[in-house]
Design a protein around this ligand. Structure first.
Ligand code: KNH
Length: 159
């Protein structure tokens, strides 16, 4: 079941956050790849880019809605659609990972500090990466499913 993939993501996310919390002071930064990748211990009380700082209740509600939506979607639409199911598993794992932080820490631990996209790209974590990849993969899966249906329909019309 794809829930195992989601569980793996949650465990990986929580383990890396635990390592950062235990092993680093807030604000401390260690270089992984010069001018490219650093591990910087950071906390975020908001959503992406620190939006809606401190609105924890709003985040709880959105996250619960997101999780329910994903599970519902997995059980209905995404049945025997592996690409869509894995995208949903990535989203589920990421959402739960940050949800755990928000419940137990009242903030999210971030540590992946990259300078690829733009100089001031926000520091994020495994859960965010999983969410972002899930969003991209889900959009891809929808496009592919849509194309398949069109071909199927055209095939019927042609015969
Ligand atoms: C990450 C983001 C692009 C755009 C949103 C959507 C609203 C609702 C619940 C969550 C939120 C999200 C979900 C309450 C880092 C499940 C850093 C964030 C996004 C999303 C726009 C911190 C994640 C920046 C807390 C991709 C953010 C970033 C969250 C979703 C890129 C769709 C780079 C990734 C690689 N994370 O949402 O400090 O700002 O870790 O938890 O905000 O709130 O990610």
């Amino acid at each position: 079941m794809y829930y195992l993939l989601a569980l793996f993501i949650v465990l990986l996310d929580q383990w890396t956050k635990w390592l950062v919390v235990k092993g680093m002071e807030i604000g401390e930064s260690s270089e992984v790849i010069k001018d490219f990748l650093y591990i910087t211990s950071h906390r975020n009380r908001g959503a992406a880019w620190g939006m809606l700082e401190g609105q924890l209740w709003l985040f709880y509600i959105i996250t619960v809605v997101v999780i329910i939506g994903i599970v519902y979607y997995m059980q209905t639409q995404a049945k025997n659609k592996p690409l869509m199911q894995s995208a949903l598993a990535l989203l589920l794992g990421g959402a739960i990972g940050n949800f755990i932080d928000r419940i137990f820490r009242k903030e999210v631990v971030d540590f992946i500090n990259t300078y690829i996209f733009s100089y001031d790209f926000p520091i994020f974590n495994i859960a965010d990466a999983s969410l972002t990849m899930g969003v991209i993969l889900l959009m891809g899966a929808m496009i592919i499913e849509d194309r398949k249906e069109k071909e199927l329909m055209n095939g019927k019309n042609r015969t």
